[in-house]
Write a protein that binds this ligand. Structure first.
Ligand code: AMP
Ligand code: GLY
Length: 424
């Protein structure tokens, strides 16, 4: 197969690396890709949000399978666009259609979907500028802390958690009346705060059959001990000790199967990855959010643990034969540490030369915000490099990744040294 991966982060580098290892993969293209993906296939200077340009590239390069990694083109309907122009045997697509992508594109839709399918989630109500006063009444009926979510896509920044009632009312006003998140906060979901530990669970589905990829824990805050502002993710660990056995059985029975059934009932033919952001509340799983894609940096921890053929998995998801696919998982721990630019998630400098990569040979190096300039690899984003190490011992996997993370250098480099420490 000729395969096209759309995206440019560490997640896409991990996906390209894994896909390229398959004998099923003839030619691999990544659009736009980054400094790492160019070693797995051919980077293509293509705007993935320009669906016409994607279509032309697919025709020109006889692409058989396209994997859409980020949420934006999915929410904007790239699958629907391509499906209308290619038949199933001409082009296989991994990624849901616009109706399915609404699970991430609209928090209100996701909550309604969960309510109508009896999927456990926090109690909620949603409000618009016209119902602002009812929103205030609802906040007054809840106990702190208060959780407010912009309905639409807000680049991972649309969730605000506030401790005081006054602060929550002020935030609701900002979101609804002052359009703090633009169109994304025309509607706001206010929900009950769930107290527990989070875990990310990844479902691969062909619309009927599904398999669970290894679960992971994401470290979202910039500072050690989970302090400071939220980021795209500072690291990840897989497997997660508390998300095994009985808990996972509950996840499958109460969340995964009802979600797949609910999508079918709604007439949505969901072929792609579904990321469940879960809260473990005293041993019971609740859905915090759905994402219609793989996570980043979770993918950089999850994919190195998959031993079976990844292109075969992608193909089976896209052509509806996932029941014939056997997923093989490596039992080792994977610890992923993100190296980020100084100042991230605020403003940061770009263009610093990255060195010491040769001293990190015991780890997988996945590039995120890194590009090539004059034959050198330089920083080009907030999250720069994900370092992943595998070992049967979590402590040793952590040690290996820390050592590699220390060896790689660039001006302003910052990392969290406590990734996985809480799981020891
Ligand atoms: P999201 O963008 O939906 O992933 O939300 C960002 C983060 O906010 C989540 O990872 C949780 O840590 C937190 N969060 C979201 N909803 C809730 C909730 N109902 N209770 C507690 N924490 C939440
Ligand atoms: N790591 C969280 C996400 O990808 O949304």
């Amino acid at each position: 197969m000729n395969i096209l991966i759309l995206g440019s982060g560490g997640r896409e580098h991990a996906l390209a690396w894994k896909t390229e290892q398959s004998p099923l993969c003839k030619k691999l293209y990544i659009a736009p890709g980054n400094a790492g993906t160019q070693h797995c296939g051919t980077n293509v200077d293509l705007n993935m949000n320009d669906f016409g340009a994607v279509e032309s590239f697919i025709r020109q390069h006889k692409i058989n399978l396209v994997v859409v990694c980020p949420e934006e083109p999915l929410v904007d309907g790239i699958r629907d666009y391509l499906e209308a122009r290619f038949t199933d045997d001409q082009l296989l697509i991994v990624g849901p259609d616009q109706a399915g992508a609404k699970l991430e594109g609209s928090k209100e839709f996701a909550k309604e979907f969960m309510a109508s399918n009896d999927i456990p989630t926090a109690a909620y109500k949603s409000f618009t500028a016209a119902t602002f006063e009812e929103g205030v009444d609802f906040l007054e009926s809840l106990k702190p802390p208060y959780v407010l979510k912009a309905d639409g896509l807000a680049a991972g920044k649309g969730v605000v958690i506030v401790n005081s009632l006054d602060g929550a009312i002020e935030t609701l006003k900002d979101m609804l009346l002052n359009k703090a998140f633009g169109a994304a906060s025309q509607k706001v979901v206010v929900e009950e705060f769930l107290s527990g530990i989070e875990v990310s669970v990844f479902v691969a589905t062909d619309g009927s059959n599904w398999v669970l990829l290894p679960e992971a824990k994401d470290y979202k805050r910039i500072g050690e001990g989970d302090t400071g502002p939220n980021t795209g993710g500072m690291g990840a660990v897989s497997p997660v000790a508390f998300a095994q056995g009985e808990f996972m059985e509950k996840v499958k029975a109460r969340i995964v199967q009802p979600t797949i059934d609910g999508l079918k009932k709604a007439g949505i033919d969901y072929k792609g990855f579904l990321f469940l952001g879960l809260m473990n509340v005293n041993g019971d799983p609740y859905v915090i959010e759905y994402n219609v894609r793989m996570g980043d940096p979770e993918t950089e921890a999850v994919l190195p643990r998959i031993n079976s053929d990844f292109a075969d998995l992608l193909q089976s998801m896209a052509n509806g034969t996932l029941d014939q696919y056997t997923l093989e998982i490596c039992p080792d721990f994977a610890v992923t540490i993100m190296l980020v630019s100084g100042g991230y998630p605020g403003s940061y400098e770009k263009g610093h030369v990255i060195s010491g990569l040769d001293k990190a040979e015991k780890s997988h190096i996945f590039y995120a915000g890194a590009s090539e300039k004059d034959g050198k690899t330089v920083t080009s984003g907030g999250r720069v490099i994900a370092v992943t190490s595998l070992h049967p011992s979590l402590e040793k996997a952590r040690g290996l990744s820390l050592k590699s993370a220390e060896a790689i250098e660039f001006t302003g480099k910052f990392l969290r040294k406590d990734i996985g420490k809480d799981l020891l």
